[in-house]
Design a protein around this ligand. Structure first.
Ligand code: LLP
Length: 442
């Protein structure tokens, strides 16, 4: 009986997801350590061990916990952080900070102080205001700071408008107008507190085609040549960003890493050779490609509402609070009923979240077997930009995160509690009513 039941249940990371839902409750993020490590192995085999003078860092904005820092460290990758909070997590995880790259278009003085004091490996400088801040802090702390300049390559990419970053009209990076970039390079070379090593670009996210990466690298190579010829600046490093696409639904197919990296490396090597330039160290920083497919989210199905001749809404116990991507980007997901994986899909339904918002629809029109309240829904590819973008709208509590591997499961982030929701609140004394508070024991 048990076996028969188990046959119908979704197994992920060797664990029965229906049992996980029972043990840890829902909504629940489940992360497969093996999938993360498999991606890292592919990075090592097809990039780090294949080419000389290359580095890979994991873009931690996709998913960051202390445990993730440990896995990434053990795989020998570096870490891209983009805020004091992400840096703090890396510090608390004892992550080797010389392998940390610090990004951001408006890093605060406090964040820069922290990054310089802790001697992060590189700061990717977004603008000249930031350069001056870094110089001042470095002078005070008596440090020399290794930097790259983030450039705006002016290329378009085929993805949602909100996640394209390389176009000319962008809040990210230094525009390549002559007067702006030449000032940046000259100052970077002149300032004693600064060690300008090269350039960084990131063209966009969730890309399946390498054309915008290559177009961006072309632009960077023109800049490298110009800097070499006109300012006598030798570029030591070129960071080509992340953005490699993964499977979410339908016809999406994750491309092997080398589809992107081989073409990038060929272009850089050929161009540098033909132009007599020193080949820079090449850095990549994938986020989603490493963690995206390593995560699923489990929900319990509650109300099922049939609107005759229109649609059936199947509501789950989470939604745009744990996965804001459908509402933000129109992102499409796939899902199965975790306790009915072998049952025939015979009905098209719409998966609704529980937030007080009509736009809180996780999946519009998905074919599923007969759905019943109490079933467990497993949404795939939720490893990236779900836990990290989760919020408390409607004072919903954020889910726990469980790491699965080879049939074992471990809690790595506990579920948020109602108490957590109020932990930062202060009630002015004139509103305090201790008697009532003491009587209520929720
Ligand atoms: N490097 C830089 C400088 C970036 O800005 C990003 C992403 C990455 C690397 C990693 O990109 P990935 O390999 O993960 O595509 N919240 C959006 C994605 C925003 C990405 C921002 N930057 C989403 O859920 O699709």
């Amino acid at each position: 009986m048990n076996n028969i039941k188990r046959d119908d249940n979704l197994i992920f990371g060797g664990c029965d997801t229906v049992e996980l839902a029972k043990e840890y409750k829902t909504p629940l993020y489940v992360i497969s350590e093996k999938i993360i490590r498999d991606r890292c192995t592919e990075i090592k085999d097809d990039f780090l061990n294949k080419y000389k003078n290359v580095t890979a860092v994991y873009a931690s904005k996709a998913f960051l916990t202390l445990t993730m820092c440990k896995i990434i460290e053990s795989e020998g990758l570096g870490l891209d952080v983009v805020s004091g909070g992400e840096l703090f997590t890396a510090i608390k995880a004892n992550f080797p900070l010389n392998k940390v790259i610090f990004h951001g278009n408006n890093k605060t003085v406090e964040e820069l102080n922290m990054a310089i004091e802790y001697e992060v490996g590189r700061i990717v400088v977004d603008n000249l205001y930031e350069l001056e801040l870094i110089r001042k802090i470095a002078k005070r702390l008596n440090k020399k700071v290794k930097i790259l300049y983030r450039i705006t390559p002016g290329v378009k990419s085929d993805t949602h408008e909100y996640i394209t970053t390389g176009q000319k009209d962008s809040k990210f990076g230094i525009p390549l107008n002559e007067e702006i970039i030449s000032e940046a390079v000259k100052k970077g070379m002149k300032y004693e507190e600064i060690d300008l090593l090269g350039f960084h670009l990131h063209v966009g996210s969730q890309l399946f085609d390498n054309s915008s990466h290559l177009a961006g690298v072309e632009v960077a190579l023109r800049l490298i040549k110009k800097a070499n010829d006109e300012y006598d600046f030798v570029t030591k490093e070129l960071n080509t960003g992340g953005g490699f696409g993964i499977y979410y639904s339908g016809d999406d197919v994750r491309k092997p890493l080398n589809y992107f990296t081989d073409s990038i490396m060929d272009l850089i090597n050929d161009r540098c050779k033909s132009q007599g330039l020193k080949i820079p160290k090449v850095i990549i920083e994938p986020g989603r490609w490493i963690i995206g497919e390593a995560g699923i989210t489990l929900y319990t199905i509650g109300s099922i509402k049939q609107i005759p001749n229109i649609r059936t809404y199947v509501a789950v116990d989470g939604g745009m609070t744990d996965n804001p991507r459908p509402a933000l980007y129109g992102a499409k997901y796939n899902a199965v009923i975790a306790n009915k994986v072998n049952k025939k899909k015979n009905k098209v339904v719409t998966i609704a979240g529980k937030c007080c918002e009509s736009g809180d629809i996780l999946i519009k029109d998905i074919a599923l077997p007969k759905v019943e309240s109490g079933d467990i829904l497993a949404v795939s590819s939720t490893g990236a930009y779900n836990h990290s973008m989760a919020n408390n709208y409607n004072k919903n509590t954020r889910p726990a995160v469980v790491l699965v591997n080879d049939g074992e499961s471990e809690l790595i982030v506990r579920r948020e509690t109602y108490k957590d929701l109020l932990i930062r609140e202060k009630l002015p004394s004139r509103f305090q009513d201790t008697e009532v508070n003491e009587r209520r024991s929720v």
